[in-house]
Design a protein around this ligand. Structure first.
Ligand code: NAP
Ligand code: MG
Length: 422
């Protein structure tokens, strides 16, 4: 058992005084809601604090505190990630009218993830945690499929309107004034509406698309895996066509040689062709997706790979900041059961991997190899625990062989501690 010493830097294990691992710089810690908030504390208490002299800048992104601070805390936390270079985030409730009643909120706030992504820009990489006992639903998949989701613009930053009746819908661009005080204007007809309906305007920025491409090439070279990018440029010749064109530009001008050197291939295809190939392929590649495709496809990959609780997620910003989180939500239904005093078998694996991702990156950036080493050891302990047949109910259901019993969250974390201390 680990015991904090007076100095706070040491712990006793097996009768021997051990040193806690040093952190040079802090990471931004974004706490969250419901069941994931409960697991957050447990993970820190049992798996991190006994071993690491943890340095964090703490932000409470729980829904009550976001409401109390008029969401200022979310903006502050995003700025802290940018400043510190590394952040770790718990799942948070996105408010809606039901949640407003439940938590007695002053108003509805935007999704914290959308707010943070809009500030950091960047690309979200989602990678399933693979264990041999859990076989993907798609029998041909032998290696994980990683989704690289562009995290800026498109439908997530749209303007939309209900149209009450017949009329003309136009798309208008008005440039800022040039040196002669002139403004350029471009105008096209979207539709001659015959009756009531709906209209939506979306946008993206060349520089954000270029950064998306750069982040994906860097990730693929880092992991030495092929990169696929898919869009629908046959239908959306200008919008999706621009994505394809810029991706190609970045490949040709910045990454072609590096990819060839690393043995990494780049492949563009139509999104529907990509989907068809994905379900027939072996996996083991990075699939770069536009914002909406990435949102939808990462849930498909997560669920087909096993459990939503086994999907890790990292936002890589072009400024070089990294935000780690689990891909799942706050596991609301489990929380209601926990509140009634029932034991819950909520799987903390992806949340633990969010912490290890952040600590490993901190170690890598600061040159503290001991910290990175600890993070990798903790990941191994999680994997070994599951491989050796101790797991939560979501995994026990799909494990082959099926374990005799499944553990509740606390028992599972204790089983990880046992392996960590081996
Ligand atoms: P969810 O929290 O991901 O849970 C959906 C279902 O997936 C759960 O009911 C559970 O299934 C299973 N599940 C997810 N994570 C699990 C885990 N760690 N261990 C075991 N089972 C797990 O999604 P939701 O219920 O749609 O959303 C709940 C809240 O989370 C919402 O308020 C939403 O706004 C928020 N949310 C936040 C984020 C984020 O912060 N990144 C992302 C998504 C959603 P069973 O009930 O069958 O056990
Ligand atoms: Mg989604």
């Amino acid at each position: 058992m680990a015991v904090a010493s007076d100095s706070g830097y040491n712990y006793i294990y097996g009768g021997i005084m051990q040193h806690k691992i040093e952190m040079r710089k802090a990471i931004a810690e974004l706490d969250g809601d419901e069941m994931t908030g409960i697991l957050w504390q447990l993970i820190k208490e049992k798996l991190i604090l006994p071993y690491v002299d943890l340095k964090t800048e703490y932000f409470d992104l729980g829904i009550k505190n976001r409401d109390l601070t008029n969401d200022e805390v979310t903006l502050e936390s995003a700025r802290a990630i940018q400043r510190l270079g590394v952040g770790v985030k718990c799942a948070t409730i996105t408010s809606n009218t039901e949640r407003q009643k439940e938590y007695d909120l002053k108003t509805l706030h935007p999704s914290p993830n959308a707010t943070i992504r809009a500030i950091l820009d960047g690309t979200v990489f989602r990678k399933p945690i693979s264990v041999s006992r859990i076989r993907p639903t798609v029998s041909t998949w032998k290696k994980p499929i990683i989704i690289g989701r562009h995290a800026y613009g498109d439908v997530y930053k749209n303007a939309e309107m209900l149209i009450s009746g017949p009329g003309k819908v136009e798309l208008v661009f008005t440039g800022t004034e040039d040196m002669n005080g002139q403004k350029t204007e471009k105008r096209i007809t979207v539709a001659e509406m015959k009756g009531s309906g709906i209209v939506q305007g979306i946008h993206n920025l060349d520089e954000s698309i270029r950064n998306f491409a750069r982040a994906c090439f860097l990730y693929a070279i880092d992991e030495k895996i092929p990169l696929w990018f898919a869009a629908k440029d046959t239908i959306s010749k200008t919008y999706d066509g621009r994505f394809k064109e810029l991706y190609n530009e970045i490949y040709e001008t910045e990454f072609k040689e590096k990819c060839e050197k690393a043995g990494v291939s780049y492949f563009y295809t139509l999104i529907d062709d990509a989907v068809a190939r994905v379900v027939k392929g072996e996996g083991g590649f990075l699939w770069a997706c536009k914002n909406y495709d990435g949102d939808v496809m990462s849930d498909m990959i997560a669920s087909a790979s096993g459990s939503l609780a086994m999907m890790t997620s990292v936002l890589v910003s072009p400024s070089g900041a990294y935000e780690y989180e689990a891909a799942h939500g706050t596991v609301q239904q489990h929380y209601y059961r926990w509140q009634k005093g029932e034991k819950t078998s909520t799987n903390p694996a992806a949340l633990i991997f969010a912490w290890t991702g952040a600590l490993a990156k901190r170690g890598e950036l600061d040159g503290t190899t001991e910290l990175t080493g600890f993070a990798r050891k903790l990941e191994k302990a999680v994997l070994n625990t599951i491989e050796e047949g101790e797991m939560t109910a979501d995994l026990a259901r799909i494990s082959d062989p099926v374990p005799e019993i499944s553990l509740d969250s606390r028992e599972f974390i204790d089983a990880i501690v046992k392996r960590l201390e081996k």
